[in-house]
Design a binder for this molecule. Sequence first.
Ligand SMILES: Cc1cc2nc3c(=O)[nH]c(=O)nc-3n(C[C@H](O)[C@H](O)[C@H](O)COP(=O)(O)OP(=O)(O)OC[C@H]3O[C@@H](n4cnc5c(N)ncnc54)[C@H](O)[C@@H]3O)c2cc1C
Length: 302
Amino acid sequence: MLSRTVKDTIIEYVSEKNVLFDEDLSKHTSFKIGGPADAFVEIESIEQLTKLSEYLDRVEEKYYILGNGSNTLFSDRGYEGVILHIGGGFSGITVSGIRIIAKAGAALAKVSKTAQEHSLTGLEFAAGIPGTVGGGVVMNAGAYGGEMSFVVDTVKAISPKGEEIELENKSLEFGYRYSILRHRGYVVTEVSFNLKEGDKDEIRARMDDFNSRRREKQPLEYPSAGSVFKRPEGHFAGQLIMEAGMRGFQIGGARVSDKHCGFIINTGHASAEDVTELIDEIQFRVRDRFGILLEPEIEIVR
Ligand SMILES: Cc1cc2nc3c(=O)[nH]c(=O)nc-3n(C[C@H](O)[C@H](O)[C@H](O)COP(=O)(O)OP(=O)(O)OC[C@H]3O[C@@H](n4cnc5c(N)ncnc54)[C@H](O)[C@@H]3O)c2cc1C
């Protein structure tokens, strides 16, 4: 529980309209799961972000950076601390030649569409990824042979010491669903993409193709967080899960998707506990059958 002083200071830094107390996190995650956060703050500027994170560090209150919540599972108990939401309030996109500069809260789909409108190719893969630029670069999001590391030029971020820094692509140590940003506590504020000139109609056609493949293969009609597990080397997580006989396997309201076994869907009233129990069961059965430990790709915030 936050003290009155902490609550008042948050409001003073970001204005009352941008703060929600005891806000249900199920409203802010694609899983539609998660109990209340002590405070949920809509960030609109770097200044707000630095002042607030510095203050919360000083008074020893926990905080969590959230983008679109499309890769995150919060606990049913919620989050004891402050969610700093980097979304629509921090989402400007500018185009300069073959470069696109996007604030961290911009939707990947919107950046991808902006690139297409300016006949710039390279971001088609991101058209159907329901995350933000910040969440995407941190996770090195990717699909259909593309990934953020191929198109990111530089990243502006706030370091754990509160300094504004700029990092070049090669210093981000991108790997499969990995960048150093993820584990070193950097908060991404802006990303500069380096793209190539292309044909507007061909770019549009590629985006449409990727999106129709998604609709065909993925259970987009249900709340989920996309693929739950990382791809183990030489295998596909969904296929291993299917071969372990778990298609449609359900715990509470959480179910292995019948359409794509790599997805866990919320059939209506799944709790975070249902999902984590299902993850444990999948890991157990797949390991038992194939000797492979599936590692979660989603961020589980306990
Ligand atoms: C239907 C569906 C399909 C999906 N398809 C794909 C896919 O094809 N490929 C793929 O890679 N992923 C996919 N995902 C997963 C997800 O959309 C991506 O991982 C996305 O990049 C997450 O972005 P986000 O803004 O939602 O991140 P969040 O879930 O909000 O956060 C994820 C992590 O990033 C951190 N974070 C967020 N913003 C920042 C920031 N500004 N600075 C520092 N840290 C930050 C959070 O603290 C957290 O650790 C899919 C998800 C769904 C629901």
